[in-house]
Write a protein that binds this ligand. Sequence first.
Ligand code: FAD
Length: 468
Amino acid sequence: MTQHAIVWLRRDLRLGDHPALQAALDARLSPLFVYIDDPAGEGDWPLGAASRAWLRRSLQALDGDLRKRGSALLLRAGDSLTELRKLCAESGAAKVLWNRRYEPAVRKRDSEIKQTLLEQGIDARSFNGSLLFEPWTVQTKQDGPYRVFTPYWRQLEARWDSLPQAEPAPSRLPAAPAFASLPLDDVVPAPRPGWDAGFFQASAPGEQAALQRCREFLTRVGKYKEGRDLPAEDNTSRLSVHLAFGEISPRQIIAVAHELGLSYPSCAAFYRELGWREFSYHLMYHFPHSCEQDLTEQLRAMIWLPAKPDVLAAWQNGRTGIPIIDAAMRELWQTGIMHNRCRMIVASLLTKNLGYYWRHGADWFWDTLIDADLANNTQGWQWTAGTGADAAPYFRVFNPVSQGQRFDPDGAYIRRWLPELKSLDKKAIHAPWECNTHLNGYPDKPIVDLKASREAALQRYQHARRET
Ligand code: FAD
């Protein structure tokens, strides 16, 4: 009789570089692939609406990849432990294997699941499938976690050559027996028709599309260092959504660079950003409270202003009257993605000029980003707000007009997302309130006085620094 091992899939929706799958194959067990939809197990951060739209298609893509190899994906919904135990009972599997996740609520749930399964005689094991370096293996000289990126990154770079290789995806898999599987529509229902159309324009879900995008990007990685800050251009990898769902792993990205014969220095600027992803996970692992509250105490006395619903809605809907902000927020709504430079600019406006607590922005991003990733989102918001580790100096308030002039000099990005302003020239487009022209229904002045709000923000920050 065939002996099975359950491979519990979560944010590792791929078949290459998959240590849990590899462990099943190494033990000569037939892998039973299961995805369990368990929003309650995600604590306060169940996937937002945009990410669920991506998840739906990612699961379809994975099932397709499995079927090509002779297997299939089982879909279940409900409490993860209950479903795993049921599947063990149905299949006789005595092994449950999964790749680790690091979100605080998920870590707690997973360790309870592991313990219960082990107590019941089921061999439950977890592996590192999504990070280059486990958070507990990178330590300061004092054996503590890092809080500052640069020395953390130096240590990662020094260990880069010792990284394990990525295993290729198996070309054949044992047939999947017909255990009960729910229809996809019952597990991740389809969103309203057309609502998510813009999410799949830059890249398609699934491991094949992720690897293809990775190859295509790495062939022109030379433009990354200079071009990564220009939101109108396609100079970054756009791998974030694939990384968030584990459709590609960082080890696979490095393997593709090796295949293409790219040296470390030619990819260094790009690898450094993968290092920021590692650092975000390092912080989330060592400071789990930071997903909900300030990471550091340094702004404990900060006075955050009460969020006005109409102002928050104007920021969310891209109606602030500040073109670079509105272009970015509309890009987010339509595509589920926003360029990194723009994420920093819109976050600075919300937390500094408007004075709202960073959670207002982090929550909106969580619901609207297809690449929503608790570690990166928390770190990005806290960095901008000045409440995180290694924070941007608290007195740095981005001026959205000069940021637009610098990083979108011709206004091409703004014109792409704000058709109302299409006819404005490259000078007027960054501050249309300064020119006497018809704006086709676009707000005729910014929602907040940029100069006065900057001064007020600096005063609040200085007060907080003094009082903390
Ligand atoms: P590239 O520039 O090609 O970088 C390659 C990869 O490195 C990315 O895919 C990502 O995994 C990682 N990376 C790049 N920049 C950062 C960074 N600053 N911090 C951490 N990792 C990084 N990234 C997310 O993946 N999910 C989020 O929810 C998220 N929220 C953010 C919120 C704010 C306020 C800010 C300022 C940044 C946020 N980021 C988030 C980080 C960054 O904006 C995105 O990772 C990046 O824009 C994705 O585009 P890319 O894949 O083309 O990146």
